[in-house]
Design a protein around this ligand. Structure first.
Ligand SMILES: *[C@@H]1O[C@H](CO)[C@@H](O)[C@H](O)[C@H]1NC(C)=O
Ligand SMILES: *[C@@H]1O[C@H](CO)[C@@H](O)[C@H](O)[C@H]1NC(C)=O
Length: 996
């Protein structure tokens, strides 16, 4: 069925439609609303009991230029009628734009925030509502307002978060379009002709959310129906939840670097989700009913533009075709089109996964517990908990096709928790030839160097260089047939050698295909014996075929991060933060190109609810009266960015009862010692007010203290926090921005939503481009006044936390001063998880921290979906060892196995001594070497990105950018090299597993 094939042309045609060109000719047609149930809301628009409408408004902007600046805006105060007939476009746009806010040409500003409230009613609009920077659009949550496009509506979408100019320029840089939220709305485009219309143009970056929105679109109509609920061309997001799409051609048309989306319902869409491009996308709890196609991820089948899709805990009903993919055993890019299905009920689909030709890859009619397509790196010994269990008796399925076998040895870990007793790895890995270094498109996640994308040059749709047939691998299907695909015969790129990273070995020969359980020729890379590797034969795809690597492809130190690691003793080379293990438990890791059913990983029941991963949406408090909200300003805090508010805030937190909500009016609240957030508390804020750690108590990196301390060790209770920013004012090298101690007294009862930790780059922080400029042209000695925090988020041993949409960001560039320049602000560590109790991270990112972005050590029961990181742009000038000194007591990495500067760069993720860690989607990026991007060409901005040791981990959908090794052991040995896994921009694998 070629009907599934799509093209760039489709995207362009689609943009033209959305730009409203056809309907522009229609002119102003008076709206005669059809009486339907949506209009009924108009009769009761007058008042609402929702607290947002009724609390006293005291928000101010401390670091702006106008002390009378109005933060809260009720659209009716600006003349919107919401009566179902008046054209409210101008009034709504005035409510959003008034006050000299950050609109066209501004790019970014933190000093003009707005909370724009829509009371109940039906608001007719004829042109887009333009959402300015730093705006929350919040509808009444009790009686949800309707925004209705008139029949004559023209423009890209009913709400537009990043308008296009006629020349194709955007108002905001797509990947820098931060701090946006829209919630509690119905968006109705059913009055528009089916040939056009979109609900929300959502072209955004981090710290953005859509929640509790229903999209009403024209139903049916075949190819004449062009309507869509969410239109997303690009960006670097982000999070969405609780969305319902009724009708339309596409419920969602999506393209973004990475995103986490949860609780989406599609009813009667033609295609529920059209995935145009991505690097990584996680879907959770998707319900697709009465659609023709559930998810189409087959864009550009000849060269896929979709990197990876993870789908969990989802159900399709009366939807004949579940997922359309362009992935085949020979598809390019080799890491692209990765798909992970986990507990997806295809009972209501004829075909669960279809190819672009209409072929059935996986039949529908059943629940799919675990199914994967893409490159996998899994333990292969029979004793491991999870072995391949390919679908049997189904000739349509091309199952596991092993392309290489990577052997490594995991030494048994000490049983203790708490001490840094970690494994050492003695890999003797091998891999096949070097994959082509694919030039990247323009969609680098860089915040300020890469020109913004334009309508007609959406990233991943333009500049896709030609396929050069230069690399090849060998595949074996379940019948033992072998296939060849192109393999690059060249040697290690010189550019990589020049970094002294001992990377992928040169090999001019494809791996030999062996048809017996032969032992791969593996040489241990150190003097330590590698026992029982003869178990290296890999059970493959229900057949007995095992594929070893040819000896030519097996060399010492393969893929290792440093030349020293292959000669040093594995036990002594380990750092303080990566101690040694006793005993030996050998494991083989097999790399395979996989398309098939896997044995489902069994997640601890604590993480699950009804068999699905636990989820909980941000509280909207629609059942609480305004009198339940306790303003911190009314209680005596100033929030002026200067006054020490510690005592005033502590008092209000201590006196709040469990049924009250502490309300942070917009402002900047300086604290000079630890603010203790007691258990059993609810806190929310007005468009991300700031809590700023400041002063002498936060200066000692040897004795760091928390700024916000959430509960005390050992406590359990309920904590809800939302819409806040935690930050620092000036240098605070001894500040732990948030220490989370409390455990939920019931599942997920301790949580936070849309709470961001943001360091520097913003007005009032003292850590801006004028003070902390970048210094790539000289050897950098960090300025004391720019050393900003010790650690941003610490989840301690006894804690349990539900964290959704949190951006843990040290600014890489200036948001407020006109230069918007890149800056050198230093924070020691990003997110540290040490908890034994369940932790859920949905849609989190941790960027630009010196030693690591995420570290999970001595932890258990952790779920992450999806995580995103970036390495500091300044590294390796200085390296990760400056200015913060690694400390043993914090299990810090010390980079002692490194011999090169590119090895001494921040870890995207470190996992040590941890059990039951489940990651569904990770985009871990390195875009720079000392602010230069030439390392992108050679894909070697740093040597390593993920360290895993002595842990029971399941990482699905791992994407890394420009790190020579995707996964490395603590001794510096590569476990997953980047080269054989090249995707559209990153390198991507479907699965990395290690069990101890
Ligand atoms: C999913 O979203 C719907 C619609 O917004 C909401 O009613 C429901 O409570 C949400 N479910 C969960 C588990 O959050
Ligand atoms: C495929 O697309 C990538 C960019 O995503 C490009 O670098 C590569 O050259 C393209 N290959 C072909 C055959 O078009």
């Amino acid at each position: 069925m070629a009907a599934f094939q799509t093209s760039i042309m489709m995207f362009l045609a689609h943009l033209i439609l959305l730009l409203g060109l056809p309907t522009a000719l229609v002119g102003a047609i008076p709206l005669t609303p059809a009486p339907n149930e949506l209009e009924l809301a108009a009769s009761k628009w007058a008042a609402s009991s929702y607290w947002v409408a009724n609390i006293k408004r005291q928000g101010t902007v401390p670091f702006g230029s106008n002390s009378a600046y109005q933060v809260f805006r009720n659209v009716k105060d600006f003349g919107a009628k919401g009566d179902g007939s008046t054209d409210d476009t101008a009034a709504i746009n005035k409510a959003i734009s008034s006050g000299n806010r950050c609109g066209k040409g501004c790019d970014s500003s933190t000093t003009t925030p707005a909370l724009v409230y829509f009371p109940p009613g039906t608001y007719v609009v004829s042109k887009p509502i333009i959402q300015f920077y730093y705006t929350q659009i919040v509808g009444d949550a009790i009686d949800i307002p309707v925004i209705k496009a008139s029949a004559a509506f023209t423009g890209m979408a009913v709400i537009d978060a990043d308008p296009y100019e006629d020349n194709g320029d955007n108002w905001y840089t797509n990947q820098n379009n931060f701090f946006r939220a829209i919630r509690n709305l119905v968006i109705d485009i059913t009055a528009m002709p089916p040939s056009s219309g979109a609900g929300i143009h959502w072209q955004v970056g981090q710290a953005t959310s859509l929640q509790n929105i229903r999209f009403e679109m024209v139903k049916g109509g075949g190819s004449a129906n062009k309507q869509e609920g969410v239109f997303m061309d690009n960006g670097s997001g982000g999070f969405m939840s609780d969305l319902t799409f009724n009708g339309g051609n596409y419920g969602m048309f999506l393209g973004n670097q990475q995103f986490t989306t949860r609780n989406l319902t599609f009813n009667g869409c033609q295609t529920a989700i059209y995935m145009n491009w991505n690097w990584a996308w996680t879907f959770k709890s998707v319900n697709i009913n009465n659609c023709r196609v559930g998810l189409n991820m087959s864009t550009s089948p000849s060269n896929q533009t979709v990197g990876s899709v993870m789908m969990l805990d989802s159900t399709l009903t009366n939807t004949p075709i579940g997922i359309v993919t362009a992935w085949t055993k020979k598809s390019i890019p080799v890491g692209g089109g990765t798909l992970v299905l986990d507990n997806v009920d295809f009972s209501g689909s004829t075909v669960a996964v279809a190819g672009v030709d209409g072929n059935t890859i996986l039949a529908g009619g059943a629940v799919v517990n675990s199914w994967v397509q893409g490159n996998t790196y899994s333990p292969s010994s029979g004793s491991t908990k999870r072995a391949y269990r390919p679908e049997e008796n189904d000739d349509n399925i091309e199952v596991v096709t092993v392309i290489e076998t990577v052997m490594h040895t995991v030494l048994a870990c000490a049983a203790t928790n708490g001490a840094a007793t970690l494994a050492s790895n003695i890999p003797a890995s091998s891999n096949i030839g070097v994959a082509t270094v694919v030039p990247t498109g323009t969609d680098v996640g860089d915040r300020s160097i890469i020109p913004q994308a334009t309508a007609m040059s959406a990233p991943a749709l333009s500049g896709l260089p030609g396929f050069d047939n230069s690399w090849m691998s060998v595949f074996v299907d379940s019948s033992g047939n072998t296939y060849e695909i192109p393999l690059e015969s060249s040697q290690t790129p010189a550019a990589i050698e020049s970094t002294a990273a001992a990377v992928v070995p040169a090999s001019s020969e494809p791996p030999a295909v062996q048809t017996s359980n032969a032992v791969p020729a593996i040489e241990p890379s150190s003097a330590v014996a590698v026992a029982s590797e003869s178990s290296g034969a890999v059970p493959v795809a229900g057949s007995t075929v095992a594929v070893g690597t040819s000896s030519a492809a097996v060399t010492q130190g393969t893929g290792s991060s440093s030349s020293s690691s292959s000669s040093s003793s594995s036990s002594s080379s380990s750092s303080s933060g990566s101690g040694t293990c006793n005993g030996a438990a050998n494991q083989a890791v097999a790399s395979a190109r996989t398309q098939g059913t896997m044995q489902a990983s069994s997640k601890p029941s604590d993480l699950l609810n009804g068999g699905a991963v636990f989820e909980r949406s941000k509280p909207l408090y629609e059942s609480l009266p305004a009198s339940s909200f306790i303003s911190v300003k009314s209680a005596g805090a100033k929030g002026d960015g200067t006054t020490d508010d510690t005592a005033a805030l502590q008092k209000v937190l201590d006196s709040a009862t469990a049924d009250q909500v502490v309300y942070f009016d917009h402002g900047a609240y300086v604290i000079t010692s630890t603010l203790k957030v007691p258990k059993d508390i609810k806190i929310t804020g007005e468009v991300w007010p700031m809590i700023m750690a400041h002063g002498a108590n936060f200066q000692d990196e040897k004795n760091p203290i928390p700024a916000l301390q959430i509960g005390q060790e050992g406590e359990s209770g309920s904590v809800e926090m939302s819409d806040l920013i935690v930050t620092t004012k000036g240098a605070a090298p001894g500040a732990i921005l948030m220490e989370w101690n409390v455990a939920g007294s019931s599942q997920g009862s301790a949580g936070m939503w849309d709470v961001h930790i943001r360091i520097g780059g913003a007005a009032g922080t003292g850590l801006q481009s004028d003070t902390c400029p970048k210094t790539p042209a000289k050897q950098t000695t960090p300025k004391e006044e720019c050393i900003a925090a010790f650690l941003l988020l610490h989840i301690t041993q006894k804690a349990s936390a539900y964290i959704e949409n949190a951006w843990v960001w040290t600014a890489d560039h200036e948001l407020d001063l006109d230069d918007h320049s890149q800056i050198n602000v230093y924070t020691g560590r990003g997110v540290l998880i040490e908890s034994q109790n369940p932790v859920w991270l949905w849609g989190t990112a941790s960027e630009h921290h010196q030693l690591y972005n995420y570290q999970v050590s001595n932890a258990a029961n952790v779920f992450m979906g999806l995580i995103q990181t970036e390495t500091p742009y300044y590294q390796s000038n200085p390296t990760a060892l400056t200015p913060f000194t690694p400390q043993d007591s914090w299990n810090d990495p010390d980079f002692s196995t490194c011999t090169t500067a590119s090895c001494k760069k921040s870890w995207g993720l470190r996992v040590m001594n941890t059990s039951d860690l489940f990651i569904y989607g990770a985009g871990l990026y390195s875009f720079f070497e000392n602010y230069a991007q030439t390392c992108l060409d050679s894909e070697d901005c740093q040597e390593n990105m993920v360290e895993v040791d002595c842990s029971d981990v399941h990482i699905y959908g791992l994407s890394t950018k420009a790190a020579v090794n995707m996964v490395t052991s603590s001794s510096g040995q590569s476990m997953v090299p980047e080269k054989p896994n090249t995707s559209n921009f990153c390198s991507t694998i479907a699965l990395f597993e290690q069990s101890v």
